[in-house]
Design a protein around this ligand. Structure first.
Ligand code: DGL
Length: 215
């Protein structure tokens, strides 16, 4: 089966790689929209205009399952995108629920784009799972662009992570797939004070289930 993966840029590649490794009998096709990234500050209208043809392209390539490996799109225009197509479309949202289950300090940090953090879907996740948890949302607004261009200001990242850990966060959620590429550095900057979580294995499980259902 062909499985399509889409993101604004290199973030989705980490998800596509995880799917390729786990699903050797299937073909994973990854496309992005690097000329229009970052998505993290775009309006819903702009996102819909950019994302719709990319999903169509993956369908034209024969994909029966499509993973929108972008928290920003999944938290904003996902229902609209899903309603336009009949194939299975899977989204990725920040792992607020697992983080709230894991925290011992009652404080978590969600690193994500501005559009994800201001989205109704993210608000819903917090209302549903984080009512008793303090959620830090540090400014990561330039991270995706830095990672896309391989010009990461690690001092800035270190200060951000150090700050949320000093404030007591013991779980850091990577709520933007671009940040998966700097996971090791983020983990190092926690100095053992926090776990760092990201969604690849949950996505692999979800896609495996869908493959079985469609077979
Ligand atoms: N990688 C995307 C996400 O998970 C979007 C990053 C961006 O283009 O701003 O949110």
């Amino acid at each position: 089966m062909k499985i399509g993966v889409f993101d604004s840029g290199v973030g989705g590649k980490s998800v596509a790689d995880a799917l390729s490794n786990a699903l050797a009998d299937h073909e994973v096709i990854f496309i992005n929209d690097s000329e229009n990234m970052p998505y993290g500050d775009k309006t819903d209208e702009e996102l819909e205009r950019l994302v719709t043809p990319k999903i169509q392209l993956l369908i034209d390539k024969g994909c029966q399952i499509i993973v929108v490996a972008c928290n920003t799109v999944s938290c904003t225009i996902f229902p609209k995108i899903r309603s336009k197509f009949t194939v299975e479309i899977v989204g990725i949202v920040p792992m607020v629920k697992p983080a709230c289950n894991l925290t011992k300090s009652g404080k978590i940090a969600v690193c994500a784009t501005p559009r994800t953090l201001s989205s109704p879907r993210y608000e819903e996740l917090k209302n549903e799972f984080a009512s008793k948890v303090e959620v830090f949302e540090p400014d990561c607004s330039n991270w995706a662009r830095m990672i896309e261009s391989s010009q990461v200001n690690y001092k800035q990242i270190r200060e951000t992570i150090d700050s949320v850990c000093r404030d007591g966060a013991d779980v850091v959620v990577l709520g933007c797939t671009h940040y998966h590429w700097i996971r090791e550095e983020i983990l190092k900057y926690t100095k053992g004070r926090a776990q760092v979580i990201q969604p690849e294995s949950a996505i692999v499980d979800r896609v495996k289930t869908l493959i079985e259902q469609l077979a």
